[in-house]
Ligand binder design. Structure first.
Ligand code: MF3
Ligand code: CO
Length: 257
């Protein structure tokens, strides 16, 4: 079922979006060379608790993971891209770090992700280009997400940016509807055909999340049973926002401003 929310409900979803944005910005600001992924997880847990919010991840136990995730944020380094499980690792100069966070506040979920190169990015132009492509794909998807557009238009907009930038696209994991829970219908593939699929309307909330790997579309699962890495060991990036479709287009609920 695809849920459509009233303007009052979208209003209630704003605090979740703001909290996700605040936490991601704070963690981004604090993270330096040497920061441990477990420290980042603790920061996320503390900020979620301080806000009286609920983690979407800690008890999350889908078929593709091994038991409950048990952590509060996804931290993925270099070849790790999705569901990066925080572990005892100190970030090194030039590492590409992806943070992905979802929480529930007042009954509404928000979900957002970003990638950055930590420390000195000199010599990492390939990583910066990859990150930038996922950010541009996200912006294109958001621009295409307006009333009467189809999910296929949004998918196509994101896929076109990634393809033109030269990255293969994996279709196993993509974006999703969002509302009272983190994952709802419809699925939003990161590539698709214009004019196909569900017709967007005001009140629909979506998490768009283009992600890419430099030279492969294949994932492998880490020994931790959760973290998904590029099959070739190449670097990866991920950009995600939660948006609400309005009469005027789309509004980004997780904007970091
Ligand atoms: N936030 C991810 C998504 O965008 C889901 C991560 S689930 C976790 O859909 F358990 F790995 F954290
Ligand atoms: Co998501």
């Amino acid at each position: 079922m695809i849920e459509i929310f009233t303007a009052a409900e979208i209003e209630r979803a704003r605090p979740a979006g703001r909290l996700v944005a605040d936490i991601l910005r704070t963690i981004h600001d604090r993270t330096t060379v040497g920061t441990n992924l477990l420290t980042i997880d603790r920061w996320a847990a503390e900020m979620i608790a301080a806000a009286g919010a609920t983690s979407c991840y800690v008890d999350y136990a889908p078929s593709f993971g091994r038991g409950p995730f048990g952590h509060y944020i996804c931290t993925a380094v270099n070849d790790a891209v999705l569901h990066g499980m925080p572990h005892d690792y100190a970030i090194r100069d030039g590492d590409l770090l992806t943070l992905d966070l979802a929480v529930i506040v007042d009954g509404f979920a928000a979900d957002s992700a970003l990638s950055v190169v930590v420390g000195d990015s000199t010599g990492h132009s390939e990583s910066l280009a990859l990150i930038e492509a996922t950010e541009r794909a996200l912006a294109a998807g958001i621009a295409a997400a307006r009333p009467d557009a189809r999910i296929g238009d949004v998918s196509h907009a994101m896929g076109t940016v990634l393809t033109e930038a030269g990255y293969p696209i994996n279709t196993e994991f993509g974006g999703h509807g969002i509302g009272g829970t983190m994952h709802q219908e419809p699925h939003v593939s990161n590539t698709g055909r214009p004019g196909r699929g569900y017709r967007l309307r005001p009140g629909l909330m979506l998490a768009l999340e283009p992600w890419a790997m430099i030279d492969t579309d294949r994932l492998v699962t880490d020994d931790d049973g959760w973290t998904l890495r590029s099959a070739t060991g190449c670097r990866t990036a991920h950009s995600e926002h939660t948006i609400a479709i309005t009469d005027a287009g789309a509004e980004i609920l997780t904007a970091r401003t």
